[in-house]
Design a protein around this ligand. Structure first.
Ligand code: XIL
Length: 389
């Protein structure tokens, strides 16, 4: 309607000039916003596509084209760390994996390569081949690295679990392990998940190999040894199921409070954030949980986020998943001391979910063909819209 009217009325040249100037001005002011009009069109175009086609038929691979905005470039503007866990096998052999990883993220965590079993396969020998490779990739691409993890009840080698060790011998083994690993990468790992999953769902200390064989002091010892080996790394306690307010997060809060009171070098809590699309934690609770740790003087990292969907996945699941990712990123951005948001992988091509949670999948930001899902765009937009207070 508007077009037909303007087409019929001949335009005075001065008016025409003013109109061109106005249009240019509007365009420039839009494009100087954190996200350009062209990109917003691409977002909605892609979301529309999703409504019409199953996820694996999405044809436009926006990430692969010439769009300059990435999670990484937007995060960088706020000195924010956005990251992913890394599968070293994929990193070695899959070009698209390397490309997307280095383009989209500025921090990485080894998904398995830094676990005890991989690094320390025999009592007297360490294998740093995978981790050295990962560190070299990070440094070539100017990415930070989170270390994961020094003390965990899983991924322990048989020689350790089955050996007939005295308590003192085990203390020596753990001290040597921590100091060797942390020492090797001293100054190059920004944060270490020193102790992982030490608390059970009922709030008691997990009845693990380390608790049974050393006693509850193993937690404090681990932090002190890590600190001796790298006094500049952030030392983190990391766990799952303690994102919101519940028995487990209360217990972790009490544990960490007592560590802080005893001058144990601990600098943050990692909230893993492995969640189900149909039962995410309440975001207000997550915010309250974050702020009680912050009040102890600690940082909060989101360390392993994924949002699993019960197969077959519906379009509405992907939309709900996107909202959950967005809500958690927003909660972190708005929290006083949350500057790190890491997902547990970034493409459904390599995700631990289908193997560990039968019947579930599609938990990450990109699909198996590296095409962006709604969750990716929601995070991109959240970072683009975020203005530091
Ligand atoms: C998982 C890996 O993703 C799997 O490949 C491996 O088989 C088991 O461990 N919490 C953690 C991570 O701290 O180290 C776990 O990673 C997922 C749960």
């Amino acid at each position: 309607m508007f077009n037909t009217i303007t087409a019929k009325i001949p335009m005075n040249p001065i008016l025409k000039l003013i109109s061109i100037l106005l249009t240019t001005f509007c365009y420039l002011s839009l494009s100087s916003h954190s996200i350009s009009a062209q990109e917003i069109n691409l977002f909605s175009q892609n979301l529309n596509d999703l409504n019409e086609k199953p996820i694996d038929k999405m044809s436009d691979n926006i990430l692969g084209n010439d769009i300059r905005l990435t999670l990484r470039s937007l995060a960088q503007k706020h000195n924010f760390f956005i990251g992913s866990a890394v599968n070293v096998k994929a990193l070695r052999k899959d070009f698209l994996y390397r490309d997307r990883l280095s383009r989209e993220f500025n921090i990485i965590t080894a998904e398995n390569a830094m676990k005890f079993k991989r690094l320390h396969p025999k009592p007297k020998s360490f294998d740093f081949s995978r981790t050295d490779y990962l560190m070299a990739f990070a440094s070539a691409n100017k990415m930070q690295v989170r270390g994961h993890t020094l003390v965990w009840h899983n991924a322990l080698p048989d020689w350790l679990k089955e050996g007939d060790w005295t308590r003192d011998e085990l203390i020596d083994i753990l001290e040597n392990h921590i100091k060797t690993v942390v020492g090797r990468y001293r100054g190059r790992i920004i944060a270490w998940d020193v102790v992982n999953e030490a608390v059970a769902d009922d709030g008691t200390l997990r009845n693990s190999f380390w608790l049974e064989r050393i006693g509850p002091e193993y937690i404090e010892m681990a932090f002190r040894w890590a600190y001796e080996a790298d006094p500049n790394a952030l030392l983190i306690y990391n766990d799952y199921g303690a994102e919101g307010l519940n028995r487990k997060s209360d217990a972790i809060y009490r544990l960490i409070k007592s560590l802080v009171a005893n001058n144990v070098p601990i600098h943050g809590i990692g909230l893993q954030m492995h969640i189900q699309v149909d039962s995410p934690p309440n975001v207000q609770d997550v915010a309250k949980n974050m702020s009680r740790f912050t009040n102890l003087g600690l940082q909060v990292h989101i360390t392993e986020m994924d949002v699993r969907i019960k197969k077959p996945s519906l379009v509405s699941d992907f939309q709900q998943q996107a909202k959950i990712y967005r809500d958690i990123l927003r909660t972190c951005l708005l929290a006083e001391k949350c500057n790190t948001f890491v997902t547990w992988g970034f493409s459904d091509r390599y995700s631990w979910i289908p193997k560990h949670f039968k019947g579930w999948g599609d938990a990450l930001l990109l699909n198996k063909n590296y095409q962006a899902k709604p969750a990716y765009y929601k995070l991109l937009k959240e970072l683009a819209d975020y203005q530091k207070q």
